[in-house]
Design a protein around this ligand. Structure first.
Ligand code: NAP
Length: 255
């Protein structure tokens, strides 16, 4: 039997990269998908891809930084789709200005990254809290290597801070929601080849080399490399796992 049969799963940032791969993977495991993204067209295309493969999927436009919109979408989903039992907080952005760069750029990076990566995770989780409590649901947050370290490449300190925050939020919610039967975990991807880092990969091969040289598996990851951990954490396979982060980083953080 498919691992996610009878579940309704919400994935944010599902139009692209890791979120899209997770949504497709959940679809293959029998979940009914709700794809949310600021990129409405991309989310609709991903939903169509799931339906074409025989799955069930709907998409809604959502900017996770907008708290009121998150609440409105949660209501729409409850009315049109049903009770959500899995939430993947995946929508995220990165910027690469150092803290010593132009002050205006540094401030904008800080505000945008926190609004999306951290406040967005809060906004969507809070908006879907009721069905997640009612279903004894599962929350999967997308952290990073940078939930632990600031990687030795050009990078915004806001990104590292936001991903530490995502891990802290994961642990805090796991502690509080465990008694309600809700499990909350995170995934820590390493360097995964997605549009998020396409330009930096194209323009700065030295950066890729720093990552690969430090990665025991000796390669960058693909979005599909995150799908197995995401299915594990959303399914009954992880029934006694909460407050954890599963690193899917080719071993980067182990050395
Ligand atoms: P991606 O390919 O850029 O996909 C992110 C998706 O989120 C895009 O469709 C993007 O839309 C959407 N999005 C951005 N801001 C949003 C908002 N405010 N509301 C709703 N949707 C929004 O990136 P990815 O690499 O798959 O990243 C997914 C997650 O993994 C992020 O949290 C990222 O920090 C994390 N991560 C990635 C890596 C990596 O190496 N790729 C490593 C560790 C962690 P637009 O394209 O229109 O902006």
């Amino acid at each position: 039997m498919p691992l996610l049969q009878n579940h309704i799963a919400v994935v944010t940032g599902a139009a692209s990269g890791i979120g899209r791969a997770i949504a497709l993977g959940y679809g293959r495991e029998g979940a009914r998908l709700v794809l949310l993204d600021i990129n409405e067209k991309g989310a609709a295309e991903a939903a169509q891809e799931i339906r074409s493969a025989g799955g069930e999927a709907e998409s809604f436009a959502l900017d996770v930084t907008r708290r009121e919109d998150c609440i409105a979408v949660a209501k729409q989903v409850a009315d049109k789709v049903g009770q959500v039992s899995i939430l993947v907080n995946n929508a995220g952005i990165n910027r690469r200005n150092a803290f010593t760069a132009d002050p205006g750029a540094v401030l904008k990076d800080w505000q945008d990254i926190m609004a999306t990566n951290l406040n967005g995770t809060f906004n969507v989780t809070h908006a879907f809290l009721e069905p997640l409590l009612a279903s004894k649901g599962r929350i999967v947050n997308i952290g990073s290597i940078q939930s632990f370290v600031h990687v030795r490449t050009p990078n915004s300190p806001a990104y590292t801070t936001s991903k530490h925050g995502v891990l802290g939020f994961t642990r805090a919610l796991a502690a509080e929601l465990g008694k309600h039967g809700v499990r909350v975990n995170a995934i820590g991807p390493g360097l995964i080849e997605t549009p998020l880092n396409a330009s930096v990969r194209a323009n700065d091969p030295g950066l890729v080399k720093i990552f690969i040289d430090h990665t025991p598996l000796g390669r960058a990851g693909k979005p599909e490399d995150i799908v197995g951990p995401a299915i594990f954490l959303a399914s009954d396979l992880s029934s006694y796992v909460t407050g954890s982060i599963v690193m899917a980083d080719g071993g980067y953080r182990s050395i």
